[in-house]
Design a protein around this ligand. Structure first.
Ligand code: T46
Length: 320
């Protein structure tokens, strides 16, 4: 669910037992400002029943099992925490209730901020009102993700296999960094990415057609809100994708960048040898701004794109 995601930590197990290390940013989504743990919870006791306005936390069961109900105004899920190599990330504006603590269970909580009682929303009615406004604002991105024949959908861990199949296709990925690891590692990468997505820092989209058939991927990353810039990349279409999938995906992604994220520039880099991609970017309206031996660097300004969009691209993505 939105703003709430299980994350997996690598478990170093040998004949002597198991060890897990947590380090930010290597395998943890925020610098830890506070650590607390909940234990000695009697049978039948429930805790939580509040949301936080800004706080991010990861809940890790060090022993025993604990159930956590998380809710927004639209979604609800129950997670059982019982594996110390798995944490539950809970971002802002998520209602949480902890229950079914097994005897001798211990819940470790790693928090992004010091304790601040004013960050709590403890009245559920008040929470539901605030959550509606908060999540409606976030869902505005969907308005920019619908094209004429294609849609952009933020990737989910269930897309790991498709992503892996494209990223491990050496012919297709001649000009982008090769993937290492397994489908399971790709899944974990996506789960960590989701946290950046919840924070509006990065968008990795799967491109699908009207029949919900997978076409490929596009990504907006390195969002810099001070410079008002974002980088476009990880652009991969499956062999034999529908015609127009690439151009519609590019228009939609650039629309998200300029009209939802409100940047003034979209940047990209491309391998010098990747003539096909360079042609596509040039024709789309990107301007080359720099190069080195390996890569050429391009940008598209909002001023230029506004004109192109009105004259050319708007009608290409308009639904009848
Ligand atoms: C959360 C869930 C998962 C402090 O003084 N400092 C602290 O850092 C914390 C967390 C609590 N307290 C005090 C405040 C209360 O007087 O400890 C008492 C118990 O806290 P609370 O009733 O909020 O506990 P839970 O289990 O309902 O909720 C806690 C966290 O407060 C909350 O942030 O997300 O665990």
């Amino acid at each position: 669910m939105i703003n709430c995601q299980k994350i997996k930590f690598e478990d170093h197990t040998d004949g002597r037992g198991s060890l897990i290390a947590i380090e930010n940013p290597k395998n943890f989504p925020f610098p830890i400002k506070r650590v607390y743990y909940i234990y000695n919870v009697k049978e039948g006791v429930e805790r939580g029943f509040h949301s936080h306005k800004d706080l991010e936390q990861v809940l890790i069961p060090l022993g025993g099992s604990i159930k956590v109900r998380t809710k927004t105004d639209k979604e609800e899920q129950i997670c059982t925490l019982e594996d110390p190599s798995e944490g539950l990330f809970i971002g802002p504006m998520i209602w949480r209730e902890m229950f079914d603590f097994s005897p001798n269970s211990t819940l470790l909580v790693l928090a992004s901020h010091e304790y601040d009682s004013s960050d709590y929303i403890r009245d559920e009615k008040e929470y539901l009102k605030l959550a509606k406004v908060y999540f409606e604002k976030l869902s505005k991105i969907n308005d920019f993700c619908k094209g004429k024949d294609f849609y952009l959908k933020p990737v989910e861990d269930t897309d790991a296999e498709f992503l892996y199949s494209l990223r491990s296709n050496s012919e297709l990925c001649r000009y982008i960094s090769p993937i290492s690891g397994t489908v399971e590692e790709q899944k974990n990468w996506i789960r960590n990415y989701k946290i950046r997505e919840f924070r509006n820092q990065e968008y990795y989209f799967k491109v699908v057609n009207k029949n919900n058939e997978d076409q490929g991927f596009v990504r907006l990353y390195h969002l810099d809100n001070d410079k008002k810039e974002v980088t476009f990349g990880s652009f991969l279409m499956k062999p034999g994708h529908d015609s127009k999938a690439a151009i519609e995906a590019m228009i939609l992604a650039v629309n998200v960048a300029f009209y939802y994220l409100k940047v003034n520039k979209v940047l990209l880099d491309v391998r010098v040898k990747n003539e096909r991609a360079k042609n596509f970017y040039n024709r789309f309206g990107y301007q080359k701004i720099d190069e080195n031996e390996l890569d050429e660097f391009y940008e598209l300004t909002k001023e230029d794109y506004d004109k192109l969009y009105e004259e050319k691209y708007k009608k290409m993505i308009m639904r009848k």
